[in-house]
Design a protein around this ligand. Structure first.
Ligand SMILES: NC(=O)c1ccc[n+]([C@@H]2O[C@H](COP(=O)([O-])OP(=O)(O)OC[C@H]3O[C@@H](n4cnc5c(N)ncnc54)[C@H](OP(=O)(O)O)[C@@H]3O)[C@@H](O)[C@H]2O)c1
Length: 398
């Protein structure tokens, strides 16, 4: 059906490459482009072994808009899947506009010098994409991504009026290391050391990092400690779910993980402010990333399951109701299929499905869109087919 370019050969890029290669009738030509030759070559080799499909590779610095534009013009793909880092989002959106290519990513833009992520920079491209007749699909991973689609599905089929949404992200996997992050350590630590925020009655409310906690009884996993965090999908959902009263985001962390993080924070290792070290400027968090286990190496050793979902309250037909829509994934099963743990898997599969929505013209309006702004039904069907089956369970009201 069409050619795609995948930018980024990390944990998520690996999953997207494998999953797209499994659908050669849709993804007829796949090019994986990244910075480090050894990483993209290893992925291409594994994809060939597992699927018999050859994906082409290329070296690219996605921060260089002019070179990326030339590369896109020469390759002329239908869609670019950005699974590099959030720092590259705007550069890649610019290159896509220059070369007339549709765009998809899984995380919103973050300026490298400031630990702050917001959609405003990417939403500002709305008219440029619309005028160019191109689509930019933002946040097409699991959270953001599938969680937004779960909310759109609940809005379309399960509720007349949604009142509250709690997004819950649990990882009960164990990799056996004292401390490691499941995806890019720099992005992950920047996210969780920031202040927590949630939205209620039209206003954002801020709390100290990791200061709000509850025990949530997850399907499959049972009771888990979850902590309130700010997460980007809330920014679009509070605008796009009409009449919403409150939205919060919760993530599980073990006590051990939080103790290590506290120590690293207290000694300054999570700081993004550069220091002078032996005549060289280094960012402590970048250095920390270099000494922590590479998330891509965790796959083989991680055992256990994830469970991510949306706990939604509201009313239908005049009756109050509460529903949890969720998926649970097994780390070892993901590893068997695509040589990756479940965190990269749950991000890469939705990116592949989002790409299908664009290539098949199921989601086609030009412009810059968040996931809940499209018809959730075809996406929800594909989740069932491609390794992320979901359930909607009614929870008794208290
Ligand atoms: N929505 C979700 O559910 C969700 C969940 C997890 C992650 N994510 C997002 O998914 C993305 C990928 O995560 P990951 O865990 O795969 O990260 P990762 O393992 O660190 O991989 C990032 C890849 O991007 C490449 N890259 C970085 N800068 C580049 C540049 N200037 N030009 C070209 N390539 C560049 C890196 O190249 P090198 O190998 O040379 O460094 C690496 O291959 C991130 O944006 C992350 O925030 C989203």
């Amino acid at each position: 059906m069409a050619k795609i370019i995948i930018i980024g050969a990390g944990g998520v890029g690996n999953v997207v490459s494998h999953k797209c290669a499994k659908l050669p009738e849709i993804f007829t030509d796949i090019v994986l482009a990244s910075r480090t030759l050894s990483k993209y070559e290893a992925i291409a080799k594994d994809v060939l072994n597992k699927t018999g499909i050859t994906i082409r590779t290329a070296v690219i610095d996605a921060d260089d808009v002019a070179t990326t534009t030339q590369f896109l013009q020469a390759e002329s793909p239908k869609l670019l899947i950005n699974v590099a880092l959030p720092y590259q989002d705007l550069a890649l959106m610019n290159a896509c506009l220059n070369a007339g290519v549709n765009y998809l990513d899984t995380a919103n833009y973050e300026p490298p010098e400031e630990a702050k992520f917001e959609y405003k920079w990417q939403w500002a491209y709305q008219n440029r994409f619309k005028d160019a007749g191109l689509i930019a699909l933002l946040g097409c991973g699991f959270d953001p991504g599938v969680t937004n689609v779960f909310c759109a599905y609940a809005q379309k089929h399960l509720f007349d009026q949604i009142e509250t949404i709690d997004i819950l992200d649990a990882n009960a996997g164990d990799h056996g290391y004292h401390f490691a992050t499941n995806f890019n350590p720099e992005i992950n630590i920047r996210e969780i050391t920031a202040k927590g925020r949630y939205w209620e009655e039209g206003h954002w409310k801020e709390v100290e990092p990791m200061s709000v906690h509850q025990v949530y009884d997850f399907p499959v996993l049972g009771k888990q400690d979850v902590y309130l965090l700010y997460h980007e999908e809330m920014e679009s959902l509070c605008k796009n779910i009409p009449g919403l009263k409150r939205i919060r985001f919760w993530m599980t962390f073990s006590k051990k993980y939080l103790s290590y993080l506290k120590v690293l924070e207290n000694v300054g290792m999570t700081s993004i402010d550069a220091i002078n070290f032996k005549g060289q400027k280094i960012q402590p968090i970048e250095f920390l990333k270099a000494v922590l286990p590479n998330p891509a190496s965790l796959g083989a050793r991680t055992k256990g399951k994830t469970c991510i979902g949306c706990d939604i309250t509201g009313s239908k037909g005049g009756e109050k109701k509460r529903i949890l829509i969720y998926n649970s994934c097994d780390h070892q099963e993901c590893y068997k299929e695509v040589s990756s743990q479940a965190i990269s898997y749950t991000t890469g599969v939705p990116a592949m499905i989002g790409a299908q929505m664009v290539l098949k013209g199921l989601w086609k309006d030009p412009g810059v869109w968040n996931m809940e702004q499209h018809d959730p039904d075809p996406f929800m069907q594909e989740l069932m087919q491609h390794g992320l089956p979901w359930q909607a369970a009614e929870i008794p009201l208290e």
